[in-house]
Design a protein around this ligand. Sequence first.
Ligand code: C5P
Length: 242
Amino acid sequence: MGKFDRNCVIVALDFASESDALSLLECLDPKWCRIKIGKELFTRTGPAFVRRVIESGFDVFLDLKYHDIPNTVAGACSAAAELGCWMVNVHASGGREMMVAAADRLAHYQSRPLLVAVTVLTSLDYTSLIEVGYKSVPAKVGLQLAALTQQCGLDGVVCSVHEVESIKRQSGPEFLTVTPGIRPNDGCRDDQRRVATPAEALKAGADFLVVGRPVTRAANGGIALKEIYAEIAASQALGVPR
Ligand code: C5P
């Protein structure tokens, strides 16, 4: 079983409005989760909202998946560091020079955000990868990009739970894996194709679990989050349910 860090869940704050996002935050405790702010909410609310969430005590993963020329991505990573973000990400397919520039720029900060890379978007299947010029299956491309990410000095990757074991085998236990596609044992998958329970993700060795709708769509997000931790705790005591 992987680590049972009570702060291993990152709640994806996928809302279209600041007020909805704030309502959920009121039900959550920074001791029990971190917060992911993605493109939609950031584009609507900007850095001021990120600052507000950080000031409320939450670690913020700024999920803007930078992919641009090295100088531009390095500058964007600096901006995220100066905002006080806990984690920031890039697309590994932006290449070696881009990832090295981002990592080098962040190394200048005394307290810097963790830097992780998205390997292959889980929405891309074999056919879509071929269309954009890759010549292999997503799992193989993902492993190759994870190796490149590590060579460039980043802290880890965003990947599916199903890729965690092979990435950890290849890159070692310290190389972080951040896994979306997490669903509690209640059978609801939404639009995620390949899901895993929180316990399965931790058993595979995932370091952080990104959970969106199971918490954001719950009547009370705080209770939903506690149920997730209860499910993890039960699996640790009783063995992981399959
Ligand atoms: O609601 P749900 O738990 O499916 O949300 C998952 C979150 O993780 C969303 O913010 C989504 O954009 C993000 N994500 C993902 N798959 C990836 C990368 C990020 O679902 N491969």
